[in-house]
Design a protein around this ligand. Structure first.
Ligand code: EZ4
Ligand code: CO
Length: 402
């Protein structure tokens, strides 16, 4: 099965998505997500100008060799743009191989390790009461795990609290919007959120929380310790992880489980975190960490240290990534949880998919491949719109992490 051609499809059904479609001489095609939120066109160029010319004529079955060719062959290794482009090719080739075999992708990855994939949804609100009402609606929908974020008194806005509570979409500005942050206010407020959440819902639902890289290690340790009575499933991205040793300090201060990795692009970003057991969940996912091929290596390393997976699954990851991730989640032994932010009806229409939600879990379906398609005619009706993630400043104006 030879690769005959490949093209990049850019569409904006409410937000931007970049999709790679690889066509073969056998009439089959494979799809891979290549969306890098706020920097989408850099990956489009990487694929169109530099990758696609190398793909034409290659044997579509040689996934590993193609991965190595693109990784080593570029000379310039790693980084989000490169690894997202490689991920798109890799995902499309796995999709193709499974379609050629007539099997759902999870069968090629070793078959099912479980019947379906535990997911967590996003509840948020301007204040604690609104956030907890939102939690109640997720419980009613059958969710067994829920991330909770809420506004902080004295701050006009904060991460994770949307204008539209159903379809949270932070990449909203033709130029970056500016937020204001105070770690002190946030640290004093957040334990109250989880105290009230446990008082109202008991200890049956899993609760998660995302710090979005905003604390220092010692502040994160304090937050983790103050949340221990409320038994979080995880505390996410408590501090930036360029320095992986930063997590040692957090670990020394708290037994709240830690998750990190949605911005990582390779196994080298998390090797110390995993080998030194500084985290409990690794959040790398298909699209930003080199595809199924590389994610399997990360999960394999994590398995040695009882670190489980918790793949990133925000709305800026397209349904193609969600589909591929679900096959991966279903197959590996050390799966932990999958993030699931629902896409809008417009996005779901552009990307018809086999995966389905039921009783707090997602199942990838049994279509050959990863089970996600793209309606190119519909996609063409939604042209690209430049959109940035916000930036974040401390109250004195210092630029902080968003
Ligand atoms: O802010 O995917 O856990 N999920 C997240 C996301 C990220 C976006 C950035 O593009 O932190 O909401
Ligand atoms: Co996050």
């Amino acid at each position: 099965m030879k690769i005959e051609s490949a093209k990049v499809i850019v569409t904006c059904p409410g937000r931007n998505f970049v999709t790679l479609k690889i066509m073969t001489d056998e009439g089959l095609y494979g799809l891979g997500d290549a969306t890098l939120n706020g920097r989408e066109l850099a990956v489009v160029s990487y694929l169109e100008d530099h990758v696609i010319p190398c793909l034409v004529g290659r044997d579509a079955h040689r996934i590993e060799d193609t991965w190595q060719y693109l990784y080593r062959g570029a000379y310039w290794r790693r980084g989000p743009v490169t690894m997202t482009a490689i991920a798109a090719v890799d995902t499309a080739l796995w999709d193709l191989k499974a379609k050629a075999a007539g099997l759902p992708l999870y069968q090629l990855l070793g078959g099912k390790s479980r019947e379906s994939v535990l997911v967590y949804g996003h509840a948020n609100g301007k204040d604690i009461e609104q956030a907890l009402d939102e939690v109640a609606s997720y419980v009613d929908m059958g969710y067994k795990a829920i991330r909770i974020q809420c506004g902080v008194p004295g701050l006009p806005s904060t991460y994770g609290v949307s204008k539209d509570r159903l379809f949270y979409e932070p990449a909203d500005g033709a130029l970056p919007t500016e937020n204001v942050w105070s770690s002190e206010k946030y640290l004093d407020w957040t334990p109250k959120l989880f105290e009230k959440a446990r008082a109202r819902f008991g200890f049956e639902p899993h609760f998660l929380h995302d710090v979005h890289h905003r604390l220092t290690p010692i502040e994160a340790a304090r937050l983790g310790r103050s949340l221990e009575p409320y038994r979080l499933f995880w505390l996410e991205d408590p501090t930036p992880a360029e320095n992986q040793q930063a997590f040692r300090l957090i670990r020394q201060g708290t037994v709240t489980p830690l998750a990190v990795g949605e911005v990582f692009s390779s196994i080298h970003d998390c090797r110390e975190l995993i080998e030194e057991q500084l985290i409990d969940y690794i959040r790398c996912t298909v699209v930003h960490a080199g595809g199924i091929t590389h994610l399997r290596q990360i999960a394999g390393l994590a398995a040695l240290y009882q670190v489980r997976t918790g793949c990133h699954g925000a709305t800026d990851l397209s349904p193609v990534t969600m589909g591929a991730a679900l096959h991966f989640d279903l197959s590996i032994h050390n799966f932990g949880i999958q993030e699931y932010m629902r896409h809008t009806p417009e996005t779901d229409a552009v990307f018809p998919h086999a995966y389905q939600f039921a009783q707090g879990s997602l199942a990838p379906g049994d279509q050959p491949g990863h089970g996600v398609d793209v309606d190119e005619e519909l996609a063409a009706q939604y042209p690209y719109r430049r959109a940035y993630l916000p930036v974040n400043r401390l109250q004195d104006g210092t630029l902080h992490n968003w």
